[in-house]
Design a protein around this ligand. Structure first.
Ligand code: ADP
Length: 578
């Protein structure tokens, strides 16, 4: 019995031990299975969340990480971490703080701030600067999104440097476009103000003249003021048109041979008498030239120099000096380095204004326009023209002492066949020029038979009245076609000249001129002058190109009409070489 009992108790201990062991085995097995299941779940989650794990290895532009927020633990890092950020993934797994190495302190602060504000439900999407694997500065986008499984977040960091740079570039361009558009509307409102001011003055003066019509002297004073305001308005409109052509890139330069000496001579005749009248000493000189013909845009270069001289004249009080120097600075590989300096002993320019002097509508102060007139556009136009010529303008001025504007341009030397004959007799030239000047001074329209092609009734009325007052006999055509018909119907030599508007219905003035020139009549080469509101230099050039003899811009200066007709008829009568 005892034997049986001992056997049973032994087996019981054994069975208990066996049971305990089995329980342990089952427990550890369950634990193991659970861990495997968890790991399998992670793997499944990982696959489900990323789906392209194998592609990470060599991706330089995007890294991924999975983190479990509750455990504050990174459970996966894509292997290209090192390629993109230059940080070993193991280091990050050991201590996430090493990520600070990839960003600046400022960027780190901003990321932390965003993380603190993040609701952890909607995706967090931020951009930051960071340091690439090679230590270079780059730009990235960090996105953290919740996955389907609880507490698991997918972190994606993409390099968007190229996109960011493109965005920056577009933003800069947009800003620039905004600035330009703002500058344009400022220009427009300034322009509108500048035009309205003299316009207001003109209308006011005309009203006053009407009121005082019974007192001729007072009425005349008002009319004189209206006239000078109109002149100012005209200059302003021309400047504004030039400026807008420059701004829209429509100003084109011509390349034609011209004589620098003749250019200086024209400037001399233009300013000599007004300088004398103002009591200014005036000199113009040519220095170091061994050639005189160059290729370029004479009209535009002259326009720039005229602006400098007019300013010098305007800002220099009586007793002062205005001097212009043309100098050949050098000649290299068929190019002439030209300097034109306009110097005055006038009021000078404040040093802080010099940096703004070439901006449109800039004048030294509010009193400048009041005392000296002007609109502040001349130098902006001059600067643009000289830039188009690849030249430069240098300004030097001392308040109270005077100012100097110097233009440097390089112009091709004209072909030798365009240069002056060596043996030209200067004495004969001077006599011829004198005779022409006298003829122009004495010119009269008395008895001349003129065909006026003008579609606008008011303009026609003014022209007819003024020309008839000069003694001319006028016939009017209302468009280009009618002008052609009247010319063809006239006896040969019946008209001394045609004054031709350009924009007319049926046939414009340029077309009409071409038809007349091609008509085959003996008098097809009669004097034709454009008289047009098309006032751009390009229009004037085109008038000459189609065969007109000159171009007078509207509003018409009838003294100029008389001078030009006188000069042209004198040259015809005495031969072109007169
Ligand atoms: P405007 O003469 O029509 O005012 P500009 O653009 O030609 O316009 O000149 C701009 C401003 O530059 C003038 O209003 C004047 O204040 C200053 N300035 C230009 N030339 C001179 C000069 N020779 N002497 C003094 N000030 C000058």
């Amino acid at each position: 019995m005892t034997e049986i009992l001992r056997y049973v108790s032994c087996n019981l201990v054994f069975m208990v031990l066996l049971l305990v062991a089995s329980v342990f085995v089952v427990f550890f097995l369950a634990l193991y299975i659970n861990e495997r299941r968890k790991a399998g779940k992670y793997q499944r989650e990982l696959k489900k969340t990323t789906g392209f794990v194998s592609a990470f290895g060599d991706n330089h532009r995007c890294i991924h990480a999975l983190l479990r927020s509750g455990e504050q633990r990174i459970i996966y890092l894509s292997p290209n971490f090192n390629t993109m950020l230059g940080i070993e993934p193991e280091r990050v797994l050991a201590d996430v703080e090493v990520l600070r190495e990839a960003v600046s302190k400022q960027a780190a602060r901003e990321i932390i701030k965003s993380l603190e504000k993040w609701d952890r439900i909607s995706p967090l999407d931020i951009e930051t600067d960071y340091m690439g694997a090679g230590g270079e500065s780059r730009h990235g986008r960090l996105v953290i999104e919740r996955t389907d499984s609880d507490g698991l977040y997918l972190v994606t960091f993409m390099d968007i440097t190229e996109e960011y740079e493109l965005r920056q570039k577009l933003r800069n361009e947009l800003d620039e476009a905004h600035r330009e558009s703002q500058a344009k509307s400022d220009f427009l409102s300034k322009m509108s103000h500048e035009i309205r001011t003299p316009m207001n003055g003109i209308l006011g003066m005309l009203n006053l003249a009407k009121v005082h019509i019974s007192s001729p002297q007072t009425a005349k004073d008002y009319l004189d003021k209206a006239e000078s305001l109109s002149q100012f308005l005209l200059t302003l409109i021309n400047d504004i048109l030039d400026m807008s052509r420059i701004e829209s890139g429509k100003m084109e330069l011509e390349s034609v041979a011209f004589d620098l000496f003749e250019m200086a001579d024209k400037l001399n005749s233009m300013f000599k008498s007004t300088m004398e009248r103002k009591g200014l000493r005036w000199e113009i000189q040519m220095q170091d030239f061994d050639i005189r013909y160059v290729v370029g845009d004479e009209l535009r270069l002259t326009q720039v120099i005229i602006n400098f001289i007019s300013n010098a004249q305007k800002f220099t009080p009586a007793g002062g000096t205005v001097s212009v120097t043309f100098r050949q600075m050098g000649r290299l590989e068929g190019k002439l380095h030209l300097m034109v300096r306009v110097r005055d002993t006038g009021k000078g320019i404040k040093s802080d204004f010099i940096s703004r002097i070439f901006r449109p509508f800039e004048q030294e102060d509010a009193s400048t326009a009041h005392h000296y007139g002007g609109s502040g556009l001349g130098l902006a136009i001059a600067d643009n023209i000289i830039r188009l010529m690849n030249g430069e303008i240098i300004v030097d001025s001392e308040e109270g002492k005077g100012t100097e504007f110097v233009v440097y341009v390089t112009l091709p030397v004209a072909d030798t066949d365009q240069t002056l004959p060596e043996n030209i007799d200067t004495k004969v030239e001077i006599i011829k020029a004198e005779a022409l000047r006298q003829a122009v001074d004495e010119a009269t329209l008395n008895g001349l038979h003129i065909l006026l092609a003008e579609d606008n009734d008011i303009n026609a009325e003014i022209a007819i009245e003024l020309l008839e007052m000069e003694g001319a006999v006028i016939e009017r055509a209302c468009d280009g076609q009618e002008a052609v018909n009247m010319f063809l119907a006239s006896a040969e030599g019946e008209y001394d000249a045609i004054l031709m508007d350009i924009q007319m219905p049926n046939m414009n003035g340029w077309e009409a001129t071409k038809v007349i020139r091609m008509s085959g009549r003996k008098d097809a080469d009669l004097l034709i002058l454009a008289m047009s509101a098309n006032a751009f230099v390009e229009d004037k050039r085109y008038s000459i190109e189609v065969g007109m003899n000159g171009h007078i811009s509207k509003p018409v200066d009838f003294d100029e009409v008389r001078r030009i007709i006188g000069e042209q008829l004198y040259l015809r009568r005495n031969g072109k070489d007169a």
